[in-house]
Design a protein around this ligand. Sequence first.
Ligand code: PEP
Length: 255
Amino acid sequence: MEKERRLIIAGNWKMNKTVAESIDLVNGLKRELANVKEVDIVVCPAYTALSEVSKSILDSQNIRLGAQNMSENNVGAFTGEIAAVMLKEFSVRYVILGHSERRQYQKESDELIARKALAAHTASLKPIVCVGETLAEREGGLMEKVLETQVRGSLAGLSREQMEETIVAYEPVWAIGTGKTASSAQAQEAHAFIRAQLVKLFDETTARRVRIQYGGSVKAANARELMGQPDVDGALVGGAALEVRSFADIIKNSI
Ligand code: PEP
């Protein structure tokens, strides 16, 4: 079945890989995925490897660069921070915002994530905005409430045009790095709920155009079924994005 929206599959390398290892990984992906035209492929290395990975994919037709975070500020006295314009220097096109690890360890709020998303758009970067409930929230019957709050808060202030160029990643926290994947039915239910929130916040046309990725222990074995769901438009992959074979197989199995 032809998907309504083009799939986007991104690898979040997190705090893994030296520069040399990053170059090896991306070169392997270039070789394995050279003929894939049906999917937007994004790799998100650590900041320190952006420059070299960017050079490695200069001649790639289908692999694009993403960052894992950025500052909500454009310039100035913000020690340790990286601005959107600095990412643009390395031809970064996408930026992951509000990953659950940042929400947990850096206490990032929806309000901060929304400011980052606006700053990303101002620099013509496409944000990948992450939302998702914890196990306690799901078991407490709070999944919809949490998703509604995160979607509303993290996307506040975006215009319809900006929203269309924003990717939402549904990442149930209980499925990240745990080996526990949401079933395809659970993923579809959450994605449809998120899209319904986008209808309320923006409009039907905008909501229909937004791509919603699933993230949480995606692997080659479950990619096809997850990507087959009508509201699942791609994947944000952690652990399985760190090896050529597993990431390439996820992409090939999704087509
Ligand atoms: C992630 O951290 O975005 C993620 C989905 O990780 P994993 O695939 O390892 O569960």
